[in-house]
Design a protein around this ligand. Structure first.
Ligand SMILES: Cc1ncc(COP(=O)(O)O)c(C=O)c1O
Length: 443
């Protein structure tokens, strides 16, 4: 390597390999799976004001009582600042862990505060659970599609993701059975099933209550742990909740919770409720990652839960999201061309759209952004390149008017894409080929 050359002209030590990163040969092998998610790459363009972004999953915080929150935070520092601004334990603030148990009781979970570990968002919980359980090459089973941040954690620890199909009632038990049998026949070790049972991100569907016991039983029979990720469980539009998997099989389910969607995502407070035997390892993993979660943020959440009508606030969030969901579904009905199908969520943030054969949502995205609308292409939600006929539309953040306008623009882009296909054939739009998993509404 010639140090005198500017970095963009240097080459890696492998013959013929041009690289722009002078550290490329130093990285650990596991970084090979670490690539920026398609969604992150989109954020910069999609956040321009003229673009209606149906791409991101940012909670709409406008309904939060900011005045009373700011007063409370000032009080917290004045009254308890020496604790709030100090290191704490890796396990989390004890009072908050008790309050978290009350929150989880709303979905039927009886957990002990000792078994709760507070995390920096549930994303950190995902990272720690994967770190604890996955060696390179181990299999994680996840719904197809699945949460992009979870796929990132699995890739970072070199786990292999095997997707299982969903339909309108969530994960299909037979596909789980088949995936487990296949892994076994290949001599692969399946470490856990990662599932988002309620108001799925990105599919927008909910696991039918009748399927829950069966899925738990299949996992037990096959000695596979269940990781239940439930950040949206309290956001059912009719105030409905579903029995958590954790409530049905406490010894075999690691539960991930979060205050990101029910309070404030920027505080980064989530938690893991683990079987007792796993909890100690989680605390050690948390210690090595962050020493402790931020004390100030935990105390803010704890005071908020103790002094605000937080359930009333969740109801307000639900009503806002319901109005937005209604705007999106009626706009899709009105504008989307024949041949498109989509899910109809009854909670959460997302609609999963399947477009006609031959349209490639990843290739189409640049044209959509030019038409001032952004979405998340389905391929980002699969570990294996599927999903090019799907897209995720988020209705959580824009106003209902912007949602309607965004869908109208998107429909225009789809129409012209389909016109092109009719004129020149489907190769015009398809950049990624390969078999398609059935979308959740067509399986
Ligand atoms: C399914 C799912 N799990 C986990 C997370 C991460 O949430 P947190 O903000 O608690 O880290 C998200 C965020 O969108 C999510 O949708």
């Amino acid at each position: 390597m010639n140090a005198a050359q500017p970095p963009e002209h240097r080459q890696g030590s492998e013959p013929g390999r041009h690289n722009l990163d002078p550290h490329l040969d130093r990285y650990a092998a596991r970084t090979a799976g670490m690539t920026a998610s398609e969604i992150r790459a989109l954020f910069a363009v999609a956040s321009r004001p003229e673009v209606v972004s149906l791409a991101g999953g940012m909670p709409n915080l406008a309904a939060l009582p900011l005045d009373s929150l700011s007063g409370q935070m000032a009080e917290l520092i004045a009254e308890d600042g020496l604790v709030a601004l100090q290191y704490g334990s890796a396990h989390g603030v004890p009072t908050l862990r008790e309050q978290i148990c009350d929150v989880m009781a709303m979905e039927g979970i009886t957990g002990h505060p000792d078994d709760v570990v507070v995390t920096v968002g549930s994303q950190m919980g995902l990272d720690m659970v994967t770190r604890l359980f996955c060696d390179p090459g181990d299999v994680v089973i996840a719904e197809g599609p699945s949460y992009v941040g979870a796929l990132g954690s699995f890739a970072a620890y070199q786990a292999k993701v095997v997707h299982v199909a969903m339909d309108d009632d969530g994960l299909v038990p037979e596909t789980l059975r088949a995936a487990l049998a296949h892994a076994k026949s290949q001599g692969k070790r399946v470490k856990f099933l990662y599932t988002i049972p309620n108001f799925h991100n990105p599919a927008g569907v909910t696991l039918a209550v009748e399927r829950r016991a069966e899925i738990l039983e299949i996992c037990r029979e096959n000695d596979v742990l269940v990781v239940e990720d439930n950040p949206y469980g309290l956001l059912g539009f009719d105030g409905q909740t579903y029995p958590a998997l954790r409530s049905m099989d406490p010894d075999n389910v690691v539960y991930l919770g979060s205050f990101s969607k029910t309070f404030a995502s920027g505080l980064r407070v989530g938690w893991v409720l683990a079987p007792h035997a796993v909890r100690e390892k989680l605390v050690l993993a948390a210690e090595s990652a962050t020493l402790c979660p931020p004390t100030l943020n935990q105390l803010v959440v704890s005071r908020y839960l103790a002094t605000h009508d937080w359930k009333g606030q969740v109801k307000t969030f639900r009503e806002n999201y319901r109005e937005r969901r209604d705007a999106m579904l009626s706009a899709l009905e009105q504008h989307l061309p024949a041949g498109c199908t989509w899910t109809r969520p009854d909670g959460g943030f997302y609609v999963w759209v399947t477009v006609p054969e031959g349209v490639d949502t990843k290739a189409m995205l640049a044209r959509a952004v030019t038409a001032r609308v952004a979405y998340a292409s389905g391929t980002g939600f699969y570990a294996d390149g599927f999903g090019s006929r799907q897209m995720r539309l988020s209705y959580c953040y824009p106003t209902p008017e912007r949602i309607r306008e965004g869908v109208r623009r998107l429909a225009g882009v789809l129409e012209s894409e389909m016109d092109l296909m009719r004129t020149f054939g489907s190769g015009t739009t398809r950049a990624v080929s390969g078999p398609q998993f059935p979308g959740p509404d067509t399986a």
